[in-house]
Design a protein around this ligand. Structure first.
Ligand code: ATP
Ligand code: MG
Length: 258
């Protein structure tokens, strides 16, 4: 049974989140899924990893004040309003996304956080948009998150059913993964899988085996100069590194069976 899936790719800065998110989009798309790629990093660069042209113009969701008003019945800036949305992927207004090779890309934009306790309508809108997005068979929503753990305290991370945490050989990215796991537990998000990235040799692999403390590792991605080269040339990783896509395809098989 090929079910729909909503996941967020998270992890320490530079670990390879955008690379892995783009490969997941491609792997799901090649499997016949309709893919909605969501760039939730304010410093957005998923478009380049997906091979969209440099001059692509997508209006970030948070800038769509009219849409926020229309879908929420609230003026942005008002506090404590009741938000109700349940769009289908196909209902999303066309100016929100651009499509390339069957992958739709949507940008979240930057949410300016209010003070403690303030319910930010834009942030809640983003969460509701993703959380209430009705998915049908063979649809995948893949969010590329900003680095670190801060977004877990925000609404957006609560909208998905699974976190993919990208780690690289080094204690610091593992520590970030452990913090992410702790925070995810708090919001009852229990499906967490690691992608062990930038594996250069057996020693790196053993490092992950020793340090991931019983967490679910869904796959290993080798360190490849071709992946860096793709970034340097502003191409998708799979254009130069078909092997990385093969590795991610195997992860996708596990994800859809879980
Ligand atoms: N397996 C790999 N082999 C070689 N280089 C890699 C690999 N994975 C990622 N990189 C390179 O590491 C750099 C950072 O990758 P990427 O942008 O995907 O990380 P990120 O976690 O999204 O970063 P940020 O925290 O800035 O959003 C890029 O230059 C990318 O090409
Ligand atoms: Mg990134």
């Amino acid at each position: 049974m090929e079910k729909s899936i909503k996941l967020a790719v998270t992890g320490k800065g530079g670990a390879g989140k955008t690379t892995v998110a783009s490969l997941l989009c491609k792997a799901f798309s090649d499997k016949g899924y309709s893919v909605l790629a969501v760039d939730a990093d304010p410093d957005a660069n998923l478009a380049s990893a997906l091979g969209f042209p440099e001059d692509i113009k997508i209006t970030p969701l948070v800038e769509m004040k009219e849409l926020i008003e229309e879908r929420t019945g609230a003026k942005p800036g008002s506090i404590g309003s009741f938000f109700k949305l349940n769009p289908k992927v196909d209902d999303l207004p066309e100016k929100l996304w651009k499509e390339k090779d069957g992958i739709k890309l949507l940008l979240m934009g930057t949410v300016k956080q209010g003070g403690g306790g303030c319910i930010c309508p834009e942030s809640t809108m983003l969460k509701n948009m993703i959380q209430n997005l009705l998915l049908f068979r063979k649809e995948a929503v893949i969010m590329d998150m900003e680095a670190g753990i801060e977004h877990l305290g925000r609404a957006t991370a609560q909208a998905v059913e699974r976190l993919i945490v990208v780690v690289e050989p080094g204690k610091r990215s593992i520590e970030t993964a452990l913090k992410i796991k702790e925070l995810a537990d708090d919001i009852k998000l229990t499906k967490i899988s690691l992608v062990a990235n930038k594996v250069r040799n057996e020693h790196d692999r053993c490092f992950f085996e020793d340090n991931t403390r019983g967490m679910d590792v869904i796959g290993y991605l080798p360190f490849e100069d071709s992946i860096r080269k793709a970034d340097m040339e502003r191409c998708s990783p799979w254009t130069f590194s078909p092997g990385s896509l093969e590795a991610v395809r195997k992860m996708v098989e596990k994800l859809i069976q879980d």
